[in-house]
Design a protein around this ligand. Structure first.
Ligand SMILES: [Zn+2]
Length: 421
C-alpha cells in the first residue's frame, strides 16, 4: 500500500468548502489503497470500494456503465484477487451498472443488493423515456442518454435481503444494513473488523438531497435514521459513494448526527405546519435549518434546498392540492397568462416589470417572465426576458437542482427563439 497517497486522499476535508462538483463528484478515475487491503476508487461521478479478503475481492458498487472498463482496469493494477462478492449500495445508474466488463473477463461473483433494487430495475424499464427527460432537464445534458430498458441491460442481484445481512468472508465480518433516504433500496456496509463504513449515498457531505423536484419519493426521516445508525457503529474511516473519504471516529459520528439533526428539523417544521393546517406555501416559506446546524458546511444545501425537502414531505403525508381554491380545477397556465397580458395591456408591461424586479424580487420576476412567454409564445421579447431573468436567477442559485431547473427554463426559451429565426 502506498501510505503517502493513502494519507493524501484521506486528509481531504470536505468542510473546507467548494462547489457541489468539488464536494460531490470527485472527478478522477483513480484507485488507491486508503487502508490495508482496502481500495477506494473515484470515477467521474461515483466512488467504489474494493476489499481484498482471503477469499477474494468484495466490490462495493460498480460505477456507471461507461466507467465499468476503466474501473476494472484501475483496480486490476492494484490487485489480482478474484471477484468474490459485489454489493450494490442502491440501484442508481451511477452505482450499479458497471459490472459487465468484470463478468466478460470471466469473474463469477455473487451479487447482493437490497430487495427493492429488483423493483427499481423493473420501474427503470417501464419509465425509461421519462427518466431520460428529467435527467436531461435537471443536469442540462445534451448528449444522448442511454437508459436501460431491457432485462439484459441490468445486472440483477442473485442475493437479496430486507433489513440486515451479515457476511462472513475470508474470516472477516461485513454487515449490510438497509436504509432509506435518497432511495428506498439503500445499503450501507460496515466492515467491522477494519473499522470502515461504506456509506453509499447515505452520507453525502452536504444537506441530503431528499427533495428532488422531479423525482420519485425520497425519505428524509429514514435518511436521518440511517445517518444515526452509521454514527453508532464507531467507524474510523467512512468511504462515501460520492465526495471524499472521512477519517476519525469522533468527526464521522459528529457529522452524521448533525446531518441527521438538520433533516429532523426540516421534517418537524413541515409536519407541524401540516398539522396546524397551514397552506403548502406557508409551510415551505417557513422552513429554516436551525442556526447551530446551518453553520456546519457539511449541511450546506448544495444539491437540494430545504424547501424542496419540505415539498417532498408534503407530498408524502398530504395530497397534491396547494390549498388555493382556484388551483383545484385550474384554468390552463397559458389561458391565465393570456388574461394577465390582456389586463396589463400587452406583453411589454410584463417584460418591463420582470426586468425591473429581477434583482430585488427574482421569484416574482420569474412569474412575470413566464406569464409573458406562456401567454405570448411567439413574442421574442417575452422569451428574451425568460432567458435573462431565469438565467440570472440560475447563476445565483446554490443548489444543483434549483440551478439545473432554472437554467432549463432559459434553455426552453432559447429553443423557441432559435425556431422563430
Ligand atoms: Zn449516487
Amino acid at each position: 500500500m502506498n501510505d503517502e497517497k493513502a494519507h493524501d486522499l484521506r486528509k481531504i476535508d470536505p468542510s473546507v468548502g467548494g462547489t457541489v462538483f468539488e464536494r460531490y463528484f470527485t472527478g478522477k478515475n483513480e484507485a488507491n489503497y486508503v487502508a490495508p487491503n482496502t481500495i477506494f476508487m473515484t470515477t467521474n461521478y461515483v466512488n467504489l470500494v474494493a476489499f481484498e479478503t482471503l477469499e477474494g475481492l468484495i466490490l462495493v458498487d460498480t460505477g456507471m456503465v461507461e466507467a465499468g472498463a476503466t474501473v476494472l482496469e484501475e483496480i486490476r493494477k492494484l490487485t489480482k484477487a478474484p471477484l468474490h462478492t459485489v454489493i450494490f449500495t442502491h440501484g442508481h445508474m451511477d452505482h450499479a451498472f458497471g459490472l459487465k466488463p468484470w463478468l466478460e473477463a470471466g469473474e463469477k461473483p455473487r451479487v447482493i443488493a437490497h430487495e427493492n433494487v429488483i423493483r427499481r430495475f423493473r420501474t427503470y424499464m417501464k419509465m425509461a423515456p421519462m427518466n431520460i427527460n428529467i435527467n436531461r432537464n435537471q443536469f442540462g445534458i445534451v448528449a444522448d442518454i442511454h437508459w436501460p430498458d431491457k432485462e439484459g441491460l441490468f445486472t440483477w442481484p442473485d442475493t437479496i435481503y430486507r433489513d440486515q445481512l451479515t457476511l462472513h468472508i475470508g474470516g472477516e465480518i461485513f454487515e449490510l444494513h438497509h436504509a432509506k433516504g435518497e432511495t428506498d433500496d439503500a445499503t450501507w456496509v460496515w466492515a467491522r473488523d477494519r473499522g470502515i463504513v461504506c456509506s453509499g449515498d447515505t452520507y453525502v457531505g452536504m444537506l441530503p438531497h431528499c427533495g428532488n423536484p422531479q423525482k420519485v419519493q425520497r425519505y428524509p426521516e429514514e435518511w436521518a435514521d440511517g445517518l444515526e445508525a452509521i454514527a453508532s457503529v464507531g467507524a474510523e474511516l467512512l468511504l462515501p459513494g460520492h465526495g471524499h473519504p472521512m477519517e476519525g471516529k469522533e468527526e464521522i459520528r459528529r457529522r452524521c448526527l448533525i446531518t441527521a439533526e438538520a433533516l429532523r428539523a426540516i421534517v418537524k417544521q413541515t409536519l407541524d405546519g401540516l398539522n396546524a393546517g397551514l397552506t403548502h406555501e406557508d409551510i415551505v416559506a417557513s422552513i429554516k435549518i436551525p442556526e447551530h446546524l446551518a453553520k456546519e458546511p457539511f449541511v450546506d444545501p448544495l444539491y437540494d434546498r430545504p424547501e424542496f425537502i419540505a415539498r417532498n414531505l408534503i407530498r408524502r403525508y398530504g395530497g397534491w392540492w396547494s390549498g388555493f381554491s382556484s388551483q383545484l380545477l385550474p384554468a390552463k397556465m397559458a389561458d391565465q397568462s393570456r388574461e394577465i397580458i390582456r389586463l396589463a395591456g400587452g406583453v411589454a408591461p410584463l417584460v418591463t416589470r420582470a426586468r425591473e424586479l429581477m434583482d430585488s424580487d427574482p421569484a416574482l420576476a420569474c412569474h412575470l417572465a413566464e406569464w409573458a412567454a406562456l401567454g405570448a409564445p411567439e413574442d421574442r421579447s417575452a422569451h428574451e426576458c425568460v432567458i435573462d431573468v431565469f438565467g440570472k436567477r440560475a447563476e445565483s442559485e446554490n443548489s444543483l437542482m434549483g440551478r439545473g431547473l432554472l437554467s432549463y427554463a432559459a434553455r426552453k426559451s432559447q429553443k423557441v427563439l432559435d425556431s422563430l429565426d
